[in-house]
Design a protein around this ligand. Sequence first.
Ligand code: ATP
Length: 209
Amino acid sequence: MARLMGIFGGTFDPIHFGHLRPAYEVMQVTGLEQVRFLPNRLPPHRQQPWLDTETRRQLVEIAIADVDGFVLDDREMKREGPSYMVDTLADLKNDFPEYNLCLIMGMDAFSGFTQWHRWQDILNLCHLIVITRPGTDKPDFAEFSDIIESRLCRQAEALVESQQGQILLQSVTMLDISASQIRQILISGASIRYLVPESIRERLEARQI
Ligand code: ATP
């Protein structure tokens, strides 16, 4: 029986319940042995993060500390230059050849997937697990729809039946929370209670912003 490993990359600027609860549900529903959280260092298509690299890493570590199966993986933060997921996945495949890797992303990230660096190679390295997110419907991939549509599936069994290349659409509890919203609330001086774990709220609200 194939062993499944979830890979959850993001800026996590900061990590919040919209990351944690969906990742937890995916782990339970699909039978992933673990979910590795990979904070990125220098997202190629985005502005520089608000929190510094070390703070984002620490907050992820604190948020997942007591959850069996959740693991912090800081390899992208340690690497020089932009963190391309295709390189990260090749590296992970090398380290964990016994696992089928499953790259977890929200529907919004999936909408831009065909603009990712060497996205077709990504589908030769892992499966995708695309989680529902408020505000984003299933995208229409236009010229690439043939490649994408033929890989779509709704049953987690597909992740063990082949080693890579399937795209599982997974419904999760819809939490309309984003890191940008949290940053705005903090900047305004209001509280982010109930949007993030208490340990994260305490640290962020105690900062001089
Ligand atoms: P920002 O608001 O700064 O753009 P974000 O909240 O989208 O940040 P990221 O770190 O960019 O957080 O997201 C990492 C991954 O988590 C992405 O694949 C994203 O789609 C997914 N994600 C983030 N928030 C949610 C949410 N509320 N529900 C489902 N998926 C989410």
